[in-house]
Design a protein. Structure first.
Length: 316
């Protein structure tokens, strides 16, 4: 073997662990959404645990404006593992709903793990004469254009959930847009709007007191968040829309740092206390490998991307 080549190979093999030995060398930052939301809660819980593990301060950097602000911010950060991001599906779906988006998730980010996911629940006003997803589909087909659904913003989970439902079931239901979950649910409870795909933490208390009825959960499997509730997919095969929460580093972050971060994040997310806190907030921990998380994003870009294109959905 050429001696120079041999020394280069040896140098590469012996230098690789230095990334983990010298990392992190300063405080870290987790970019996330606005304060008070579920991504903020997850980020703060992870930051606290991560700081204790790596021996450095871990700050939470709350950013408004959706992915258009946070995405470029992460993409332009040094790829040294000291700046990472926790964000909902919005971060990889936004470029599909905007012209000339300043980033692409799978091009500009290195995936660390899929932290968690939150399904919605399909709820209806008690007067709606349907006790199941199949009966709701039959009703919508019998009364095309008559049923309304409450939505909370272009491209948000309730909007995408309803549009996939329309596409797969081939029904015509009308969108009524609201500025938030609370006013949307209020109108469903009053009967002004018939159905909604709502976060379970907001809807299920109203289901328990009879102001709403729940027809299904939007995850592909039954959810621990709504024990005993069947899936929408049970009555509409192929249906699944959940808000996923991914964690990322800038593209070109060294593989050794990606591996170290994944190891730490998976350990944190699988702690029983963390799992319990996430369930209370309306999310279920995932904590998988970078390749598994990337595959989930790729699949969602194809499936939901088709819905976005067919329905002409644009971000509000």
């Amino acid at each position: 073997m050429n001696k120079r080549l041999g020394f280069l190979m040896l140098g590469t093999l012996t230098a690789a662990p230095v990334w983990t030995q010298d990392y992190p060398s300063k405080s870290m930052r987790i970019i996330t959404g606005t304060a008070g939301g579920i991504t903020d809660l997850m980020s703060r819980l992870i930051a606290q645990n991560l700081a204790a593990s790596v021996g450095q301060t871990v700050l939470v950097d709350n950013r408004g404006g959706g992915g258009i602000i946070s995405g470029p911010l992460l993409a332009k950060s040094p790829p040294d593992g000291h700046t990472i991001m926790l964000y909902s599906s919005t971060i990889w779906l936004t470029p599909l709903m905007r012209d000339n988006a300043p980033y692409e998730a799978l091009r500009d980010f290195a995936t660390l793990t899929m932290a968690a996911e939150s399904p919605n629940v399909l709820v209806a006003h008690p007067s709606v004469p349907a006790k199941s997803v199949k009966e709701l589909i039959a009703l919508a087909k019998a009364r095309p254009g008559i049923l309304n659904y409450a939505s909370t913003g272009g491209g948000a989970g309730p909007h995408l959930g309803a549009e996939l439902f329309k596409s797969l079931a081939r029904v015509n239901i009308q969108r009524i847009n609201y500025k938030g979950t609370a006013p949307a649910l209020t109108d469903v409870m009053s009967g002004q709007v018939q159905i909604m795909f709502s976060p379970p933490v907001a809807a299920m208390p109203q289901v328990k007191i009879g102001k709403l009825k729940a027809l299904g959960v939007t995850s592909v499997k039954p959810s621990a968040l709504v024990t005993g509730l069947p899936t929408v997919a049970a009555g509409l095969p192929g249906y699944e829309v959940v808000s996923k929460y991914g964690m990322f580093a800038p593209a070109k972050t060294p593989a050794t740092i990606i591996a170290r971060l994944n190891q730490e994040l998976v350990r944190i997310l699988k702690q029983p206390e963390m799992t319990a806190r996430l369930l209370d907030a309306g999310a279920e921990a995932i904590a998988n490998s970078p390749s598994e998380a990337t595959a989930m994003i790729q699949a969602e870009l194809i499936k939901i991307g088709k819905v976005i294109k067919e329905a002409g959905i644009r971000e509000d």
